[in-house]
Design a protein around this ligand. Structure first.
Ligand SMILES: C[S@@+](CC[C@H](N)C(=O)[O-])C[C@H]1O[C@@H](n2cnc3c(N)ncnc32)[C@H](O)[C@@H]1O
Ligand SMILES: [Zn+2]
Length: 369
């Protein structure tokens, strides 16, 4: 790499080094060989063998993973192992996390919103994650993986949709990051592999939430921990923002992505005078924001620029009207699922929605590779 071939070397933090050439990123994280021992065939759970076609700086850009048991072949494209052939029902998420890729990352918007959200949902400290093998299920654009990485965890960030591409770009060449496109229902790992598994804002967007919890719970090691945040089924579904959502979703979720984009942008503009007022008027402002057909009240006190605020409202409004699935749950039910799966749930956390953490009972039998 000569000086002439570079426009700039930008160190965006102690662990991110991005090389720009002609204004484009050239250093992107690819699949690391160290990921392989953690992977298993999602169908028969046998070990996988890698076949590298294109390698860059010791990492795999293009290739495939072959199952030694059933012979299945999984492609590695653009540096990401793909265990699904498409986004399936989650294409709206693939769109939203690439369209608004960086918006919610604390490192980009200058707030600590995602970190505070992560801490209040899980109540995990840095010590709980440092040095642990962690699975982020439904990683989206990677805002919570960013927190776990900063805490010193080795993170496998997984999503069904093309959100994984945004996550990979966002978190760049972090030495402890691995990104995978796969489904909760067919996780490519052996059971009991992870010290910590979390899934934030995902379970309600799957077709069978109970089975989704069972599948991810199985991947937690004995004495390992799970953390979930799930929409809660409550009276709020009948009024205000959430009421609008469940009233309109039967129509909106059938619309094309571009129509829902326009719908979210239209609503955001329509409600802007009230959201502007609401941001400056404490409790009264929050109540007014809660009555709108756009998702905004939770952003009231975050020190976002006006432009970022408007974009965020559009993103969260798109996120509210577009998903194919939205199945809120009760705390009792989710707690019961975890108990049935052999977990000891922690006392309920005060964060809104269903915030629940639990520990898998028993001694760890096998060390991670
Ligand atoms: C609301 S987003 C949450 C993203 C991220 N956890 C966050 O809070 O920023 C839900 C994510 O779940 C993913 N998802 C939905 N069904 C999934 C499945 N079966 N397996 C893996 N990910 C799934 C979607 O693609 C989407 O990125
Ligand atoms: Zn197999």
């Amino acid at each position: 790499m000569t000086l002439g071939s570079l426009q700039a070397i930008v160190a965006s933090s102690t662990w991110q080094l991005i090389v720009l050439r002609s204004g484009r990123f050239v250093a992107q994280p690819l699949m690391k060989h160290t990921l392989l021992p953690w992977l298993a065939c999602p169908t028969c759970h046998a070990a996988l063998k890698e076949e590298t076609r294109v390698e860059r700086d010791g990492e795999i850009e293009e290739g495939s993973l072959l199952c030694g048991g059933c012979g299945a072949v999984f492609p590695i494209t653009e540096g990401i192992p793909r265990f699904v052939a498409s986004d399936e029902y989650a294409s709206s998420f693939g769109h939203q996390w690439n369209r608004y890729a960086e918006l919610q990352l604390d490192s980009r918007n200058g707030t600590r919103f995602s970190e505070e959200r992560f801490r209040s949902i899980t109540e995990w400290t840095r010590e709980d994650l440092c040095g642990k093998l962690v699975l982020d299920v439904g990683c989206g654009s990677g805002r919570f993986a960013e927190i776990a990485l900063a805490d010193g965890a080795e993170v496998i960030a997984l999503d069904l949709s093309r959100a994984v591409d945004a996550c990979r770009r966002n978190l760049r060449a972090h030495p402890k990051l691995h990104v995978i496109q796969a489904s909760i229902y067919d996780l490519p790992f052996r059971d009991g592999l992870f010290d910590v598994v979390y899934s934030i804002g995902v379970i309600q967007h799957t077709p069978d939430p109970h089975q989704a919890v069972q599948r991810i719970a199985a991947k937690v090691a004995l004495n390992g921990r799970i953390g979930l945040w799930i929409y809660e089924l409550s009276w709020k579904a009948l009024v205000g923002t959430v009421g609008f959502k469940y009233l309109l979703r039967p129509m909106t979720r059938r619309c094309s992505i571009s129509t829902i984009e326009r719908w979210a942008a239209f609503l955001e503009r329509l409600c802007r005078p009230i959201t502007r007022w609401g941001r400056r008027h404490g409790l009264l402002g929050k109540i007014a924001m809660r009555m709108l057909p756009v998702s905004c009240a939770h952003l009231q006190s975050i020190p976002l620029s006006e432009t970022d605020f408007q974009e965020w409202v559009r993103l969260d409004t798109f996120d509210m009207y577009s998903p194919a699935h939205d199945h809120p749950q009760t705390f009792r039910r989710v707690r019961g699922w975890l108990v049935d799966a052999g977990f000891r749930p922690d006392p309920r956390h005060p964060h809104g929605g269903i915030s629940i953490t639990a520990t898998r009972l028993g001694e760890r039998a096998v060390e991670n590779p």
